[in-house]
Design a protein around this ligand. Structure first.
Ligand SMILES: Cc1cc2nc3c(=O)[nH]c(=O)nc-3n(C[C@H](O)[C@H](O)[C@H](O)COP(=O)(O)OP(=O)(O)OC[C@H]3O[C@@H](n4cnc5c(N)ncnc54)[C@H](O)[C@@H]3O)c2cc1C
Length: 389
């Protein structure tokens, strides 16, 4: 592992930091993968366009669409880290997921149509994979797309669809052949979210925000030209793009450092009696342990980025380590507030606008999204360690 980054990467990081300070659309009010309010969308579209235009996003895209094949492999990570560290909005993730699928599996026409629309912030994408009976067991999905001439007709339901209400396009998986083994009868589509027959219902979460949605399809017509990859080969398209999603979870790790700084501030603020939580050796021990785990988490990410060969257990192991650490940090952030820990963000007496309370309520989401931690542990055991199923 290399911890000393090359000097040119330091100057790249400084440039990115200055760019974010000048152009970012302000602080994101909550931690995690959250849906922006409608009035924030124009600023997020413009911010996405600015990042692509500056060459800070789409670094691994083909050069004709703005990619930079000669860029250092760490540059994309540095951009993601600096966005998280600044606490501002990342580009909405569906577009990058769809772009990965289109670049590896899409036709030249699809790439020429969709990639510039993603990089200009014109199209926001959502990910239409999970269903009520198909999350961990994604291959069990039942939304059905029947071929009718030059089109497919879609019926069924998706759930947990982040940003569905804001999305112009959906990266959809649907069953196109129910007769063959499950993995072989699925097709990927670029679905126009304004098509007749789509109903979107927001789902309110424990945080009080509605970041994801149910999406219903009733006879939705999809032109056959919007199939991504081959008909009935959607499983390969999905797996290729999900590898991107799991690696992006590591980008959130950078946000642990400012959170730790605030945790230490919280633990050293004097209470009404003049004493502070950090005077307690048990609190000092817990804060120290978390600080050590945050450093280990950072080293795990650096180790993975500088590794010569890819280990199949690497991304799942980092996802489990990060999400459980993030949860423990939020638990302590709320516990340190004592009885005030139960105040909600609309209470004028709540500390920091209720940031820690929201972070705690949201932190379970990271142990589920992008593949639950139980499933990640199965992957580590079976593919990483070669244990039996
Ligand atoms: C914040 C958030 C955002 C999301 N955004 C999207 C999105 O935009 N688009 C989208 O398509 N999906 C999205 N999802 C859905 C996500 O992919 C699923 O929630 C996830 O794959 C788990 O599926 P499930 O919820 O159906 O749970 P289930 O698969 O029903 O699992 C329930 C429980 O059983 C456990 N379990 C299941 N199978 C096994 C097994 N074989 N061994 C051990 N334990 C098992 C799981 O770990 C879990 O604890 C999002 C989820 C979250 C939390």
């Amino acid at each position: 592992m290399r911890l000393d980054l090359e000097p040119e990467l330091d100057s790249f990081r400084a440039k990115v930091r200055a760019f974010i300070a000048e152009h970012a659309p302000g602080r994101k009010p909550h931690t995690g993968t959250r849906a922006p309010a409608d009035e924030q969308l124009p600023a997020i579209r413009a911010w996405t366009a600015a990042l692509y235009q500056a060459g800070y996003l789409g670094i691994d895209w083909p050069a004709e669409f703005g990619g930079r094949p000669d860029a250092h492999p760490m540059e994309a990570t540095i951009v993601a880290e600096e966005i998280a560290r600044a606490g501002t909005w990342p580009p909405l993730s569906g577009g990058q997921l769809a772009a990965a699928a289109l670049i590896h599996f899409g036709t030249k026409e699809q790439q020429a149509h969709y990639l510039p629309r993603i990089s200009s912030g014109t199209d926001i994408w959502c990910q239409l994979f999970s269903e009520p009976g198909a999350g961990s067991d994604l291959a069990g999905l039942r939304a059905r797309a029947r071929r009718e001439g030059d089109s497919f007709v879609l019926d069924g339901q998706k759930v947990w669809t982040t940003n569905a209400r804001a999305a112009d396009r959906g990266f959809l998986l649907a069953r196109t052949d129910p007769q063959v083994p499950r993995h072989r009868g699925i097709t990927a589509f670029a679905l126009d979210m304004t098509s007749p027959g789509i109903t979107i219902r927001p789902l309110r979460e424990i945080t009080g925000t509605a970041d994801f949605n149910e999406v219903f399809f009733d006879g939705v017509v999809i032109p056959a030209t919007d199939v991504i990859g081959q008909v009935n080969d959607g499983w390969s398209v999905a797996m290729g793009s999900l590898a991107h999603e799991r690696s992006s979870i590591a980008a959130y790790s950078a946000a642990l450092f400012p959170a730790l700084t605030d945790l230490v501030r919280l633990a050293t603020e004097p209470g009404p009696d003049g004493a502070c939580a950090m005077d307690d050796p048990v609190v000092r021990h817990r804060v120290g342990r978390l600080a050590a785990r945050i450093l280990v988490n950072d080293y795990l990410n650096k180790m993975s980025q500088t590794a010569v060969t890819a280990d199949p257990a690497d991304a799942p192991a980092r996802k489990v380590f990060f999400s459980e650490l993030n949860l423990a940090l939020a638990e302590l952030g709320v516990a340190l507030q004592g009885v005030d820990g139960i105040l909600t963000e609309d209470d004028p007496a709540v500390r920091g606008g209720g940031w820690w309370q929201d972070a705690l309520l949201y932190s379970r989401a990271f142990t589920i999204s992008g593949g639950s931690n139980e499933i990640m542990r199965n992957v580590i055991a079976e593919r990483g360690l070669g244990l039996p199923r």
